[in-house]
Design a protein around this ligand. Structure first.
Ligand SMILES: [Zn+2]
Length: 380
């Protein structure tokens, strides 16, 4: 992420998005007292109002209602919202939606009016992401690669096993947190790792039957249901609902159960899974693949005959925020390919437009695989 000079329009827009996200987070927080909710909503509406011409801003009732509708309906018509306009901040249960949380961090613009209400200011994505890369960068090349691999392969696990696997690197990379402190992923003291990314899945309260789903992979079908009642001494049994919901066993949320922080999961683990998938595909058709050839300058170098692809995989929730972060940075290599997940296909054009002239190419994972396949056929 870059810290760049932000245009006035962009800042107004990001402030308005920040205000809407914060209002939704406050409204969706079951532990927040009604009085504090009210005062957070007032501050947020104040910030949103300043983005509108006089007399055109939504009323408090419209504001509250709008948080459950596509974001574009809450913001002025002339805002450039491509990519995030469809996002609904509060889900059907009135909870702050998972994607909104990340969107929020990516568009985060601190403002004095919101400061006292802002719960995540301390864990601003950028800072935490930067911190992990600083730690990683200090490692010698081989250990750097090993650490990146482990953050992808073991985003959660038992402390003893983590220590054993990380071995000499443990202690230098201390980015695992006790799952026992994360109530959002537990049923009666048990937690469940996503079969696709191995990070704790979210438990969504729907009464006697709860839903368990991976924030990133629910859209691919990692969704289960589970009876909320029962005793704590036996692991709750998950019933698969989605097509990718393979069998998952509950694990006790003890002090020893650890997982990487949410920021590492989103910005290191998730793109890492995409990178691994691309690597396996490319190797499958006979290409040579180097992972993180120059530490974090870029992620993958794929070589097939005389053709070379240099790739950076990104799994940001907001393609617009990604585009803005990249727009003012020089690509690490000319023609660096930014690969986004297939589900963001609709935003590929937008991202390419934003990065026009900046020296990047934008592809979805499938685009890149097709490109590699085509080259492989020609090469044979
Ligand atoms: Zn997952």
């Amino acid at each position: 992420m870059s810290s760049t000079v932000i245009g006035v329009d962009q800042r107004l827009r990001d402030q308005a998005i920040t205000a809407c996200c914060l209002a939704a987070a406050a409204l969706g927080d079951p532990d927040l007292a009604a009085r504090r909710k009210g005062s957070a909503l007032m501050s947020c509406l104040g910030v949103l109002t300043s983005a509108y011409p006089v007399g055109r801003a939504p009323t408090m009732a419209q504001f509250r209602c709008g948080l459950r509708r596509p974001l574009r309906e809450l913001l002025p018509d002339d805002f450039d919202l491509a990519g995030v306009g469809d996002l609904v901040l509060l889900d059907e249960e009135g909870q702050f939606s998972d994607e909104a949380r990340d969107l929020c961090l990516e568009h985060l613009v601190p403002s004095a009016a919101l400061e006292e209400h802002w719960p995540w200011a301390k864990v601003a994505t950028e800072q935490e992401e930067r911190r992990i890369y600083e730690v990683l960068r200090r490692l010698p090349s081989k250990e750097y690669t090993r650490a990146r691999e482990l953050l992808v392969e073991m985003p959660s696990g038992d402390l003893r096993k983590l220590r054993r696997t990380w071995d000499g690197l443990w202690g230098r990379i201390d980015h695992y947190e006790p799952i026992v402190e994360w109530t959002w992923c537990q049923i009666r003291g048990w937690w469940f790792a996503c079969p696709m990314c191995r990070w704790p899945m979210r438990v969504v309260d729907r009464g006697t039957v709860v839903e368990v789903r991976c924030e990133a992979h629910a859209r691919s079908g990692v969704i289960y249901t589970c009876h909320a009642d029962g005793t704590a001494d036996r692991a709750p049994i998950l019933q698969p609902v989605g097509p990718r919901a393979s069998e998952v066993k509950g694990q006790p949320a003890t002090q020893e159960a650890r997982a990487v922080s949410r920021v590492i999961w989103r910005y290191v683990t998730l793109p890492g899974i995409l990178e691994r998938d691309l690597r396996d595909h490319a190797r499958g058709v006979g290409a040579e693949v180097d992972m993180w050839p120059h530490k974090d300058r870029y992620d993958l170098r794929i070589t097939l005959g005389r053709k070379v692809w240099r790739v950076d995989a990104k799994a940001w929730a907001s393609p617009v925020a990604l585009g803005e972060a990249l727009r003012d940075t020089e690509p690490a290599e000319p023609g660096l390919i930014i690969v986004i997940p297939d589900h963001q296909r609709a935003s590929r054009g937008l991202l390419a437009d934003m990065l026009r002239g900046a020296g990047y190419r934008v592809m979805t994972a499938t685009d890149l695989k097709n490109d590699i396949d085509k080259a492989a056929e020609a090469w044979r």
